[in-house]
Design a protein around this ligand. Sequence first.
Ligand code: SF4
Length: 488
Amino acid sequence: MVRTFGCQMNEHDSERLAGLLEADGYQPVDSESEADVVILNTCCIRENADSKLYGTLGHLKSVKDNNPDLEIMVGGCLAQKDRDLIAEKAPHVGVVFGTHNVGRALELLEEHREGGEQVVEILEETVAADKESFPSALPVVREVGWAAWVTIQIGCDNNCAFCIVPSVRGVEVSRPFGDIVREIEIAATDGVSEVTLLGQNVNSYGRDITLDLRNRVGSAGVPEPSEIADLAGRSFANGQTRARPLFADLLRAVGAIEGIERVRYTSPHPKDLRDDTIAAMAETDSVCAHLHLPLQSGSDRILAAMHRGYTADRYLSRLSRARAAIPDLAVSTDIIVGFPGETEREFAETLEVAAEARFDNAYTFVYSPRPGTEAAEMTAQFVDHGVGVERMKRLRAVVERSSKLAQVARIGNTETVIVEGPSKRNPDRLSGRTEHNRLVHFTPPAPIRGGSVVSVRIVEASITNMIAEFVEVVREPTHKTRIPVTAG
Ligand code: SF4
């Protein structure tokens, strides 16, 4: 059993851990009491991640008391950060592993079983040549058969003051271009029609590859054209070594794979949103017209204190370039309110930028410190939590206004939806998503499988979802199985 406590990168790592377990002969189970192995895949981005983990480990201690053969493993970024602390606080854990050695999880379990001792292996960095460092290079048990997450890059070279990622995931390492394309081609033949390219700073994909290639050309280690093509795509094959990110090339290559109908990506950084990426989105039909562009703050002083590398004006001008090039673009964002030192005037600037940006959706957070980050040390400037909550309410009102206008404007439209499954609130209805990632519920005339592409007419819209009338099934899915991975 694999339990996940985190972000999409973590959920994707969990799919790979489930794939490793299945390849080793394990079967998924529904509860810890039936399990031989429980892997807790942790995340330290979420609030109270450690108390959640230790609460679960406390519960698992009693499960293990009843079943001493149960093996408990802890991986992910909290394990990377807290390493010895987990080992010390929870001696009943058999294996602690980090973010750079997901592929070794079962070897470490074997080591623990043979020696009987707790095994802790935390690597400091990922080696590009070690393909197993990329969770996408491991076997996989996908949560749904028609959609795949594909890690294209791990780590982050930025140093946002509020974020723990660089210290737990290391520097940016991009996966070779050819590996990514091959994996998606295989997934497409298995019936996957939607892929989400994952990276901490996804639109700087390939920067490390091209810099490395440029350094090697002219030296004894000059790569062969075939190696260049595999690392960096066909447009580099003639010995070109443009020192620029390859993300746009990758979007076009993935978008051209037969059977792939939707390409999404997350999370890009505004400072790395280049015109060639916007052009690739505009010119590649299968790349969804949806941009998630984290703003974080509308105040230039706060953006600088966060080390975000852009100003509010720069953010807005990149956004307007994207909107000009990509018709009917949906835009979502992340915003933190109450960052240490944020004044009422600076918060008002965030409100102004949010209103001007007309977001379709925003993930808003009241700042809370993550131990180990620069901002967590700024205790003298912490904003009172009540003030942060009140600011977030005002920000939500601004975002919901533009969000509702955008949703209501779609009433009467015929939209294409990929069906996810029964609606959580009304099992007679099905739910699915448009290319803009809008949630749509509709009543089908007959059973329709998840992954089907259907056409619907929008009849009602609220801030969070839309109600539609069924029009027709456009395409049946071709995938085969579904084996769930539980979320914690
Ligand atoms: S870009 Fe900033 S917020 Fe995103 S992972 Fe890197 S350090 Fe964290």
